[in-house]
Design a protein. Structure first.
Lengths: 290, 254
């Protein structure tokens, strides 16, 4: 009965550890939610910070930056993932590139932020702007996104390529019509999870997208106007940067409440991304195999 | 047996993986509308040789193929060859069934679609004809739009065969197509192949001796990367010229 006992003990231990971790997360998130809940209101979400305690523009800036970042980083990441996992498979070049990507993925984001500040804001004179922020976030996002897309492609059986090619289908068509669709669920969850990381990033943005949120006009579609919500060359403080700024500057009596409320919105949005990732990739998976 | 016109001929074909030569010069002709069996123990180079015939070795890094392989008066390793087009003419079925995660219908028509086939009726015809030729039409005709991966292994293998046939090939290469299947499914594939040889040249790699003797017209025996002997299947099985062949047939190794 000894082996049986060991097994039971090990299982108990594992369940306890998992339970403890879940409890910890629940307490953590619960605490933040309870703390910030009283701040959340319709007007908190729909007014500008200039007019009081609202975070409307920060919320929009975060989403806008996220979309621009994904538009910039997805094509590059997809291309490099295809190059590394299919065309350059097992080549020396791929090995070196993978090492570089791994090194980049552990680069502290403040370094990326300062690099972006020197290169984009100062050298290229783009200034504190959505564009500088999006490019800095692209540096930040590329390694992780490339890795997760590579992983998604690697889960597709190698036989697909040989099978496609043996039918007289070109390598490119086999990739675009067979391998990528099959890798899609994995890619989607990779994209959405990286979106969560991008959405919550502060350090890379402080010196690139800037720390001010000029009041935006959501009906001004002229992207060259300074107050147009679409203008990519205006400074754009995001939620995460807002939290950082409110806490460091601590202006006004409401600073603490604003910070806590913003944290709640940030966390809820990131949780929503995670749930969305799971749902989307599950649905796609079902679509592919049935 | 009177050897008719040859569909494919190889001359002194050698294959190396990196510095290691695994095939040491194979010269063999594949007569048109006949079934040729390549047999030999595991690691003898028969699959490697087969993969040269439609250049699917090209996909592996570090492979060098030398010698000549002639198909329709043209060296398939020549500089002007369109490899993608070549592989529609010389199709391949693998050991493990390799259907795509599409419907049965889309699996069969896939290569044609990639070549620009749009017309619905023509596609329907090709799908039906190919599935009939692969002797699986009756089993799947009511569920053409279900996933091919929901079929059994033997059915999947015949759908893969149908996909190859849809490209209207001259030559069909099969790499141990039945070794992952049960005897009944294997027998169905064998019957299918016998029916197909009137229209196609077939090359099958197998280490199942009975299978080679049942369906092939010509048999080649490979050992350690060398072609030991090749000839009419009956002669190879009844009175092999080489001691190694006879030992293999008698189960002394392999």
């Amino acid at each position: 009965m000894n082996r049986y006992r060991t097994d039971k003990f090990a299982r108990g231990l594992i369940y306890t550890i998992v339970g403890a971790i879940i409890a910890l997360i629940a307490i953590f998130i619960g605490y933040l939610l309870v703390q910030g809940w009283s701040t959340i209101s319709w007007s908190f979400l729909t007014t500008a910070s200039d007019d009081g305690l609202g975070i409307r523009d920060q919320l929009f800036n975060s989403l806008y930056l996220l979309i621009l970042t994904l538009l910039l980083s997805f094509p590059i990441a997809l291309g490099s993932a295809i190059a590394l996992t299919i065309y350059g498979k097992k080549s020396r070049f791929a090995a070196i590139a993978e090492m570089a990507i791994q090194a980049l993925s552990s680069l502290p984001s403040i370094i990326i932020g300062l690099f972006g500040f020197l290169l984009l804001v100062l050298k290229f004179k783009i200034g504190f702007s959505v564009l500088s922020g999006a490019i800095a976030l692209t540096f930040f996002n590329l390694p992780i996104l490339t890795q997760s897309i590579s992983l998604a492609i690697a889960t597709v059986p190698e036989a697909r390529m040989t099978a496609g090619v043996s039918l007289g289908v070109s390598k490119w068509h086999t990739i675009t019509k067979v391998i990528l669709p099959e890798a899609m669920p994995g890619m989607i969850s990779g994209i959405v999870l990286s979106a969560g990381r991008v959405f919550g990033e502060a350090a890379a943005l402080i010196y690139t997208a800037g720390q001010s949120a000029p009041k935006l006009d959501y009906f001004n579609w002229n992207i060259f106007d300074a107050n147009s919500f679409l203008n990519p060359l205006r400074p754009a403080e995001t939620l995460a940067v807002h939290i950082w700024k409110v806490n460091t500057e601590g202006l006004g009596a409401n600073a603490e409440a604003i910070s806590k409320g913003t944290i709640v919105i940030l966390i809820l949005t990131i949780l929503a991304f995670n749930l969305l990732a799971r749902q989307l990739s599950r649905r796609l998976q079902r679509k592919i195999y049935h | 047996m009177i050897m008719t016109e040859n569909s494919l001929t190889t001359k002194d074909v050698k294959v190396s993986y990196g510095k290691y030569e695994s095939l040491h010069g194979v010269t063999l002709a594949f007569p048109k509308n006949k079934i040729t069996a390549l047999m030999g123990p595991s690691g003898c180079g028969k699959s490697t040789f087969l993969r040269c015939l439609n250049r699917s070795n090209d996909l592996l890094p570090d492979v060098t193929v030398s010698g000549e392989i002639e198909f329709e008066q043209q060296d398939i390793y020549g500089p002007k060859v369109n490899v993608v087009a070549l592989r529609t003419q010389i199709g391949m079925v693998y050991q493990q069934p390799t259907p795509f995660p599409f419907s049965i219908y889309e699996n069969v028509i896939f290569s044609q679609r990639m070549m620009g086939m749009r017309e619905r009726r023509q596609a329907d015809e090709i799908v039906e004809r190919s599935l009939r030729q692969a002797a699986i039409w009756d089993e799947v005709k009511d569920r053409l739009h279900r996933s091919a991966q929901s079929l059994s292994g033997g059915q999947q293998q015949r759908v893969c065969l149908a996909s190859v046939l849809a490209g209207a090939p001259e030559v069909i290469l099969l790499d141990e197509p039945t070794s992952a299947l049960d005897p009944i499914a294997s027998a169905k594939i064998e019957t299918t192949l016998l029916a197909l040889k009137d229209s196609y040249t077939i090359v099958i790699v197998t280490h199942n001796l009975q299978q080679a003797s049942r369906i092939s017209d010509q048999t080649a025996f490979l050992l350690n990367g060398n072609l030991i002997e090749a000839g009419a299947t009956k002669e190879i099985f009844m009175k092999p010229r080489e001691q190694a062949t006879s030992d293999y047939l008698n189960g002394k190794f392999g």
